[in-house]
Write a protein that binds this ligand. Structure first.
Ligand code: MN
Length: 737
């Protein structure tokens, strides 16, 4: 964490004082003399403890805890105890002070928070890479005092804001971790602005060029946006003024990350994204009228002026999201026939939206959402305490639940149940009880008979039909989207699988005895290769399913074994595979035509020019993944010691496989033109072209060999000039082998 040590100059000492005074002044909730004294006491202790210590950037270390404390108070809205804990958050870890010292001086509460933060830091920011295990610990700590997590998020936000001074491999590791865990966590806790900033910062390090391009685009389109927002708001403000509302209207652009994400997932270009901003109306409610009624009154004013899109009404007032978010969203047809999203919030709702759970403390008596959050934490604890759930599964499931938006459905008795959207009948059954899930064979949704994989809509009423004879089917995992249902089904089959595996193990012992052999790693390796299994459990399971004879067993033992890595990591080899020199991780590895010993990951198939990372398999084998590949993000946060930053240099000899998707209006000429453009480009080698035509439209997949992504871009430009072509985009090539 901390860099070198050296005496501070007079200017630096002044800088520290200035930052601290600024913190004292901006701690809105802590202006009483007692609070100010306590914060000053914590600052003095931390300042003394971190004396002469510097951050990687060279600035005094103490500026970091001061900045974290400031985020905690001004951006999350936390109070005195949290400011004190934030100031002290690195003291126990980095200096000689102990938690007991803190307890003596600041009491039990602060000591517990600092202790929690130190424990997380020890496992989380340290050398250890077993992130999933550590994450379990975080959640356990979280249920004791949420402030630990809030301060940890503030800490991470400041580290992300100052990531520039870190070496590139650290930048990738830290930002992957942030994207993997912290941003979803901030989202779940309702800290929208922090979540958004974390995501934007991750994008800045993962895809610097795209990041700059989108940021630039938002900036240059600003004046156009303002003009439009003004035009849109004019009739609304006239009505709101006439009815004496106190309010503000803003038109906030969407985050860079969310725009990028949309471009990636929807395969659209920047100028095809029309909803670059949302209009937000924040009003100070009349205390004599119900808040909810006032929201709907404003909704009614807006829809008097602009026609709403009925399928885009979101009422998070009657039933807030489980992270506490409350607002009314609608999409209306604005001037020039453009759809515009409008969000209506009271001042209180807005504060909750910005600061999430922390803001609830301020409005405690008005909300029921705290119980929702408590329920969520309780569910997570229960899952964690289940010894059958392994940490990685848990983490994936957890993230699944973090991202989901929600629907409310009903039992036959009218009891409401909240589920992630896209939940099925089977999810509902498991939500009621795992026994109901295991024995479900169908359901009546709104009194109509439906199958178990039927997707539910908000407001559905569901009656599950069960039978003792019904048992879970292996396909069921594909029918569910909640972690609860998925875990229950997986565990059911794990138990079953364990029985088969035990069978397989017994069978192997029998085979060895028949052939007078002793178990050895060589035998296991050969069998694993034969059965294509990743580990012993899988091997025993496959042996149990498929009990081979002694003859077959002998034959397998006679084959020469090949590298199991090939199958495990699913790699395609480049033409060269001579050893590369040892990788120096502090510098980006330059890859050009002369580089040997690297392979292109087949999960994401990056080509030169793309943002990539390298993952080291052995000392002289490197796999190159695209930075946004889910596998890369996972490797970066779970095994970052083997990740190196990679930079491409010009490739003129070697060719890489890329894929384009193309769409347009069908005519024989159009198809002719497409093939002509590709085959006429000498530096592009066509591998395959598949085109489907239907209803006067053609859609195609084109695989080409190119030297780097500039060639692809050029090809896209040329193809999009054909008048029948409406869409050409690059696509991820997935090699399922
Ligand atoms: Mn820190």
């Amino acid at each position: 964490m901390s860099g070198n040590i050296s005496e501070f100059s007079a200017e630096e000492k002044q800088l520290i004082q200035d930052h601290f005074q600024d913190l004292l002044a901006s701690a809105r909730l802590s202006q009483s003399p007692e609070d100010q004294a306590l914060i000053t006491k914590a600052f003095n202790l931390a300042n003394g403890a971190h004396d002469k210590m510097r951050r990687k950037s060279g600035e005094p270390y103490i500026l970091h805890p001061i900045a974290v404390a400031k985020i905690a108070t001004t951006e999350i809205g936390l109070g005195t105890n949290s400011i004190v804990s934030a100031l002290l958050h690195d003291v126990v870890e980095d200096t000689d002070f102990t938690v007991d010292d803190i307890r003596m001086q600041f009491g039990e509460k602060v000591a517990n928070i600092v202790d929690g933060l130190t424990k997380i830091a020890g496992v989380f920011d340290g050398q250890s890479d077993l992130q999933a295990e550590n994450f379990k610990k975080i959640i356990m700590t979280m249920s004791n005092d949420l402030r630990v997590i809030f301060i940890k998020l503030a800490d991470r936000l400041h580290n992300m804001r100052t990531l520039d001074s870190m070496p590139p491999n650290k930048q990738l590791k830290i930002s992957s971790e942030t994207l993997y865990i912290y941003a979803p966590l901030a989202h779940r806790l309702g800290l929208y602005s922090i979540k958004t900033e974390l995501e934007d910062l991750c994008l800045k390090y993962h895809h610097p060029i795209e990041y700059r391009r989108i940021a630039e685009f938002i900036k240059t389109s600003e004046s156009k946006r303002f003009t439009y927002i003004n035009k849109f708001s004019l009739p609304i403000t006239a009505r709101l003024n006439a009815e004496k509302y106190t309010y503000e209207i803003t038109g906030r652009p969407k985050s860079i990350y969310s725009i990028w994400h949309k471009m990636e997932t929807k395969k659209v270009s920047l100028d095809e994204i029309y909803d670059l901003f949302a209009i937000r109306i924040i009003f100070d409610p009349d205390p004599n009228l119900p808040e909810k009624a006032q929201c709907w009154a404003i909704y009614s004013i807006i829809t008097d002026i602009y026609a709403p899109r009925p399928d885009r009404l979101r009422d998070w007032i009657s039933k807030p999201k489980s992270n506490g978010y409350e607002a009314l969203h609608t999409t209306v047809m604005g001037p020039g026939g453009q759809w515009v999203e409008v969000q209506i919030r009271s001042r209180r709702m807005n504060e909750i939206a910005e600061r999430g759970y922390a803001a609830h403390w301020k409005y405690k008596e008005n909300t029921t959402s705290e119980n929702e959050l408590d329920k969520w934490i309780f569910e997570i604890r229960k899952q964690l305490e289940d010894p059958k759930t392994d940490a990685f599964d848990f983490l994936d499931e957890f993230k699944l639940n973090l991202f989901a938006s929600e629907i409310t459905v009903f039992t036959p008795k009218g009891e409401s149940i909240t589920l992630p959207s896209k939940s099925t009948v089977l999810d509902f059954a498991f939500e009621i009880h795992s026994e109901v899930g295991f024995h479900a064979y169908g359901a009546k949704v709104n009194h109509k008979l439906v199958a178990l994989n039927q997707e539910l809509n908000a407001g559905d009423q569901i009656e599950i039909l069960t039978s003792e004879k019904q048992l879970p089917d292996a396909d069921w995992v594909n029918y569910v989207s909640t972690a609860k249902a998925r875990n229950a089904i997986k565990n059911y089959f794990k138990d079953q699988r364990r029985n088969v595996a035990t069978d397989g193990k017994v069978h192997l012992e029998w085979l060895l005895e028949q052939c007078h052999m002793q178990i050895s790693s060589n035998i296991i390796r050969k069998l694993s290769n034969h059965y294509q299994s990743k580990n012993k459990d899988e091997l025993y399971y496959k042996l149990g399913l498929n009990k081979i004879s002694t003859d077959e067993f002998r034959k397998i033992m006679e084959t020469r074994s090949q590298s199991k890595w090939m199958k495990f990591w699913s790699i395609s080899r480049s033409k060269n595979n001579n050893p590369t020199e040892k990788f120096d991780k502090s510098k980006p590895l330059i890859v050009d035509d002369g580089t040997q010993g690297y392979q292109i990951a087949t999960c994401c198939n990056p080509i030169p020019g793309d943002d990539v990372i390298g993952y080291r398999l052995t000392d002289n084998e490197l796999v190159i993944h695209s930075t946004s590949c889910p596998n890369a993000i996972r490797l970066n946060s779970s095994d970052s010691s083997n990740v190196v930053k990679v930079e491409w240099r010009s490739h003129k000899l070697m060719a890489f496989l890329g894929r384009l998707r193309i769409k347009g209006v069908y005519s024989p000429d159009a198809i002719n033109e497409v093939t002509k453009v590709i085959t006429n480009k000498l530096d592009v080698n066509l591998r395959s072209i598949n085109i489907d035509c239907h209803d006067g439209i053609f859609e195609g997949k084109i695989d080409v060999y190119v030297h780097n992504n500039d060639f692809l871009t050029e090809l896209i430009n040329k193809l999009s000039k054909i008048k029948e072509v409406s869409h050409v985009t690059r696509d991820i090539l997935e090699n399922k082998n």
